[in-house]
Design a binder for this molecule. Sequence first.
Ligand SMILES: Cc1cc2nc3c(=O)[nH]c(=O)nc-3n(C[C@H](O)[C@H](O)[C@H](O)COP(=O)(O)OP(=O)(O)OC[C@H]3O[C@@H](n4cnc5c(N)ncnc54)[C@H](O)[C@@H]3O)c2cc1C
Length: 398
Amino acid sequence: MDLSYTPEQLAFRAEVRAFLAEKLPPRLAEKGRLGKRLTKADHEEWHAILNARGWLAGNWPVEFGGAGWNAVERHIFEEETTRAHAPRIVPFGVAMLGPVLQKFGSKEQIEHFLPRILNGEHWWCQGYSEPGAGSDLASVKTTAVRDGDSYIVNGQKTWTTLGQHANWIFCLVRTSTEGKPQEGISFLLIDMETPGVTVRPIVLLDGEPEVNEVFFDDVRVPAENLVGEENKGWTYAKYLLTHERTNIAGVGFANAALENLARIAALECAGGRPLAEEPLFAAKMAELEIQLMAMATTNLRVIARAAAGQAPGAESSMLKIKGTVIRQEINALTRTAVGPYAAPFPSELLDEGANAEPVGPDYALPATRQYFNNRKLSIYGGSNEVQRAIIGKALLDL
Ligand SMILES: Cc1cc2nc3c(=O)[nH]c(=O)nc-3n(C[C@H](O)[C@H](O)[C@H](O)COP(=O)(O)OP(=O)(O)OC[C@H]3O[C@@H](n4cnc5c(N)ncnc54)[C@H](O)[C@@H]3O)c2cc1C
């Protein structure tokens, strides 16, 4: 297998780098580098810049307004944008719903929704999980009952990431209780400004209201917002999840986090010498670097196979587990490295323009927040325990 880049791919990398040097606002890159809080407006600003270049939806075919990149080009783009500390593209519209509409949506849905994902008019969120239906998604209970030209929706979703910014939500809803649970689920698009929709924040370990509960109380949804056929939503939901799990390894993010740790370890001292030279600490860093290099190689193998048109199998579960565990370990070591400065956790200093004095060096500021926030990595997108069960079945025949 050849894992080296072709001259065309190297030229593409140079093009992405030049674009970032010219168009990524230094203000946003600085926020990313220092782990500061990104606002809705920050995300929208970056999306608009990418959209103007035709690069917001790298994974979409050109006919739908995307860039039409293959897996290798997407990987290069991801590597360069994380290296430059650009905001990540909010995935719900671009990476999740877009591909589902392109494959299963009606002509009207494609023409109406896709351009609005690209121009930022619609900010989507994902209404899959419910209390009692997370790993076991087939247990969703939120009901959608047909009433003339509408569905009447009642129920509750939970863990809805960035739902506080969203004006649309794609939901799995129960339209039938007959047969197997999977056979009574439909995929519905809901305008969150419809009467009866309530969004309530959930504050996570890091103190951030990043996720929400969303309640539906007799919400009237036009029947034309049903994607595909009634009771066939499970198929579309699974298709979406294959897109949700692409790039779940997060090699670029792990690289950036490790670089940050190396910078800190060169500055922080223990026993009169930099942490980077302290044998125990240096060994831990080396171990993480080796694991990351091994994972990056596996990631490239999967990407090379995807570019050749083969679907990834249980490797994506391996990458999910390894990638998330490595990032959590880097976060933990970073907290150790900043020592006592990890203890104060002045959340307001993560905002742009905060004028209070930080307690420690700037690099210490986000260490605790990232540590707590990234506890989620091993849960969302399919928990690591469930990924292990997939590997057990698919690779070990258990
Ligand atoms: C920060 C965050 C953001 C999220 N964002 C969204 C979002 O935007 N939209 C959305 O729809 N959902 C979202 N989720 C939900 C996420 O997908 C679920 O939390 C996840 O699927 C796990 O489901 P659960 O929380 O119901 O846990 P459960 O499924 O109840 O699992 C509880 C524990 O049991 C384990 N377990 C469950 N089944 C098995 C099994 N078969 N074998 C072994 N162990 C098992 C799990 O791994 C876990 O440790 C988010 C979650 C988090 C934490």
